[in-house]
Design a binder for this molecule. Structure first.
Ligand SMILES: [Mn+2]
Length: 304
């Protein structure tokens, strides 16, 4: 069984930068990464057919995303699901589920399955458990319990051992899922939620996070983004597939501003927080997070 794993596309993030072209918003980059990730499903370079595409949550950035984001997702999944089965699992940013969008449109796409509730499905003879995000570990464990012994579990959670920067999620801390919460017999987990790509063991299981398809915040500026390919038979192989990301830089000095390239997203910090440095960045074609807003509030996207 070969699965294309896509996650945390955060469609509909509208962020604006000083210097970016009129009509552009950061949402355009996220749409681009989303489409490029789905295109791997039919990419001959992956050497062999894909059995299914699984999106493991945070399809949209908000539970009430802009209508054009919903329409773009529906259109892309309608095209893709004509070619192979597609499965969607809601993340914490999709906290109302996915079926409420556009009057239930996701429920009417042939070949597409939405797991707003926990589900067991079959792909190429394997049993796959799909569990939507739950904030409380015990609630997640209850939802996942009927999926014992499935060949693959799909989740949108932070499991014990996941890392973001220097922070390591540990059981007992807020929403972290512990080995004891796992349904018995599960050995392989595809997961969303954690944006830096990684894998780690969890008791008898291994968790694979393919990470967000594009950088959703400046804290992700050094991360390579993309999606993943799971090959599961008697053995498990997981491969991360890279996608280009828009350059993102934090500029702390005049010298660093000299290194800005056309179309790079730039956040000024420290001694670089001056009008002169901002103008240098703009001259070099960089797009700047507004730091002293002189544009209307609705056009300002402050970046995390
Ligand atoms: Mn996310």
């Amino acid at each position: 069984m070969r699965i294309l794993h896509v996650t945390d596309t955060h469609l509909g993030i509208r962020r604006y930068f000083r210097g970016s072209p009129p009509g552009w918003s950061r949402a355009d980059d996220h749409f681009g990464a989303f489409r490029a990730a789905l295109a791997f499903a039919c990419d001959p370079a992956l050497a062999g057919p894909i059995d299914a595409v699984i999106h493991s949550g945070d399809l949209f950035d908000r539970s009430h995303p802009p209508a054009d984001a919903v329409a773009a997702a529906i259109s892309a999944f309608t095209d893709l699901a004509r070619q192979l089965p597609v499965f969607l699992v809601p993340g914490n940013h999709d906290r109302l589920g996915l079926m409420h969008h556009a009057d239930g449109a996701f429920g009417r796409i042939p070949g597409l399955t939405v797991a707003d509730q926990p589900l067991a499905v079959h792909i190429a003879g394997a049993r796959i458990g799909l569990v939507p995000f739950h904030a409380a570990p015990e609630a997640w464990a209850t939802a996942a319990a009927p999926l014992r012994d499935c060949d693959l579990l799909v989740a949108h959670q932070a499991f014990d051992g996941a890392r973001v920067g220097n922070f390591v999620f540990r059981a007992g801390h807020d929403e972290t899922i512990a080995p004891r919460h796992l349904p018995p017999g599960v050995r392989t987990i595809l997961c969303g939620h954690i944006h830096p790509r990684q894998s780690h063991t969890l008791g008898p299981a291994t968790v694979y996070y393919t990470g967000s398809t594009e950088r959703t915040a400046f804290s992700e500026r050094r991360e390579t983004k993309g999606c993943g390919l799971l090959e599961l038979d008697r053995t498990v192989r997981y491969r991360w597939l890279d996608l280009p990301s828009r350059p993102m830089l934090e500029v702390r000095s005049h010298d660093e501003a000299e290194g800005v390239t056309q179309g790079a997203l730039v956040r000024l910090a420290g001694e670089a927080l001056t009008r002169d440095v901002q103008n240098l960045v703009l001259d070099r074609g960089g797009w700047v997070v507004p730091w002293k807003p002189d544009v209307p509030d609705r056009q300002i996207g402050l970046f995390g």
